[in-house]
Design a protein around this ligand. Structure first.
Ligand code: 4AD
Ligand code: MG
Length: 480
């Protein structure tokens, strides 16, 4: 007999049809009622075990066991579910020794589960997170496909540092104990696998720009790697990034695209993940109870999501933001760890969160940052005072998270770009292939990067980025 998914059965009319389900036991009450889950939905199906079932088999129906049930789909007599299965035959696929099973029927802390990441999928919270993660990935592809963007696969191993921040993981096949040396006594990477130094990519943008200046509208969606030693709830060493790049677009088009995309995918989650969002909303409510009253969120998870889909983001320049921050209460009262004294400083997460959560109380897009604190490829704004040069950058800041998107209009003028690279000590020879786009048929273009896990953090209401990726990599941890 063909197995049916529980998600399908829960929508089926209970007309006494014979069905087969397979899944894991979530609960077993009174030696009679099994709550069975197969991962296809947040909801369990109720199995009614027949009285003449072998007592030896009943003993093996335990929390976490994998079983198959054949039976009749009936209207449920009990409360809380529409349908149930009257079991005629039960097969045990995998027993559980509850004394050894790290997951107990009671609640486990998120920290404990992080150490058992291979089992996290079995918990209601994480199963919900990963179903939402899937839905968001799907919605992103659907959004771009509907708008005629092409999905480009950019390399994972590269010789360039797209962000120029030097936070790269080296890729090499040389023997670390006995590497070949050149005449000066340095490691001779000419003898390495690729004949030069290579690393894991920090961004697919530079390659994406090549594709956009021929195909028009493209996006990448792949893993990126950063060896920054940031032990925070918002940083991973391996994370996924979505990077659209659009020919003939300026900063304004770029902001509109990012805002439309975020609204589209959050609406998709609200429409398609209602059961999972309910579980996550209850989890968040529970977590908030442990916080002091004044630190609790005024909105529930779904209210927050709806708020973002229904309101325009606040757009302002970096210079305007600095003015607000300089005159803000926390700055005047010395509450910021990094006080805002003047123009030119990089914003810290505390500043971003003040703007979003306290001042505007909605998502914010900051634009036109000082050139000195942004990447080399961003377009230099015209008409700036000397010493106050800005670039056509934009960062989107979200409540509870801070920066979720970073992007810009790109410097399409060959001479300006070359000068900028020289000033920032970016070797021209290594990026000649990139510079070629500016030498042959250069055009204005813009793009951005969305941190996929930061988006999932926002949508699921989880608090630590390590809890929205199946196998998190962070300083000191690459288990599983
Ligand atoms: O602002 P970033 O560094 O921008 C870029 O990499 C550009 N090349 C993007 C582009 O214009 N095509 O990173 C983009 C986003 C950030 O806004 C953040 O959401 C996320 O990537 N991000 C991280 N997410 C998790 N862990 C980290 N260590 C992250 N670093 C950046
Ligand atoms: Mg950034």
């Amino acid at each position: 007999m063909q197995r049916t998914k529980i998600s399908v059965l829960l929508r089926t009319e209970p007309t006494g049809t014979e069905v087969l389900v397979k899944g894991w036991v979530k609960a077993f009450r009174n030696n009679q009622f099994i709550a069975l889950n197969d991962g296809s939905t947040a909801n369990n199906i109720q199995i009614v075990v027949s009285e003449n079932t072998d007592p030896e088999l009943i003993k093996r129906i335990k929390f976490g066991a994998a079983i198959g049930v054949q039976g009749t789909l009936l209207e449920s007599q009990g409360k809380g579910q529409r349908v149930e299965i009257a079991a005629s035959n039960i097969t045990i696929y995998g027993d559980v020794n509850l004394e050894e099973y790290p997951l107990q029927p009671k609640k486990q802390s998120l920290e404990f589960l992080r150490e058992h990441a291979h089992l996290r999928f079995r918990t209601n919270t994480f199963a919900a997170v990963f179903r939402v993660r899937h839905a968001l990935a799907f919605a992103i592809h659907q959004f771009f496909n509907e708008r005629g963007f092409f999905y480009i696969h950019t390399p994972i191993i590269t010789a360039s540092d797209a962000e120029g921040a030097g936070e790269m993981f080296r890729v090499t096949t040389l023997d670390p104990k006995n590497p070949p040396l050149d005449e000066q006594g340095n490691v001779d990477y000419k003898q390495d696998f690729f004949g030069k130094t290579t690393n894991l990519t920090v961004s697919g943008q530079l390659e994406g720009e090549l594709a956009a200046t021929a195909l028009g509208d493209i996006y990448t969606f792949g893993p990126t790697f950063r060896a920054e030693n940031s032990n925070t709830t918002r940083h991973l060493a391996e994370f996924w990034m979505i990077e659209p790049e659009v020919a003939f677009a300026d900063l304004n088009d770029n902001m509109n695209l990012a805002e439309d995309m975020l609204r589209y995918v959050i609406t998709y989650a609200l429409e398609h993940c209602a059961d999972d969002l309910k579980i996550l909303e209850e989890r968040l409510l529970e977590e908030e109870k442990s916080k002091p009253q004044d630190q609790r969120s005024e909105m529930s998870l779904t209210e927050k999501l709806r708020f973002v889909t229904e309101n325009n983001f606040e757009r302002l320049t970096y210079t305007e933001a600095i003015d607000i921050l300089k005159n803000s209460n926390p700055n005047k009262k010395g509450k910021f760890q990094y006080p805002i004294e003047g123009w030119g400083v990089d914003l810290q997460s505390e500043h971003e969160r003040y703007l979003v959560e306290k001042h505007f109380k909605k998502p914010v897009i900051l634009t036109n940052y000082p050139a000195a604190i942004k990447a080399f490829y961003m377009r230099l704004d015209e008409g700036a005072e000397p010493g106050k040069e800005t670039v056509s950058a934009m960062d989107i800041l979200f409540p509870g998270i801070g920066e979720i998107v970073g992007g810009s209009q790109r410097e399409e003028r060959y001479d300006v770009l070359l000068q900028k690279m020289q000033a920032m000590h970016i070797p021209e020879a290594e990026l000649s292939w990139y510079l070629d786009t500016r030498r042959f048929g250069s055009c204005p273009h813009a793009g951005f990067g969305l941190g996929f896990e930061r988006l999932i953090l926002f949508v699921t209401g989880m608090t630590n980025i390590r809890d929205v990726i199946a196998f998190p990599r962070y300083p000191g941890s690459a288990e599983f």
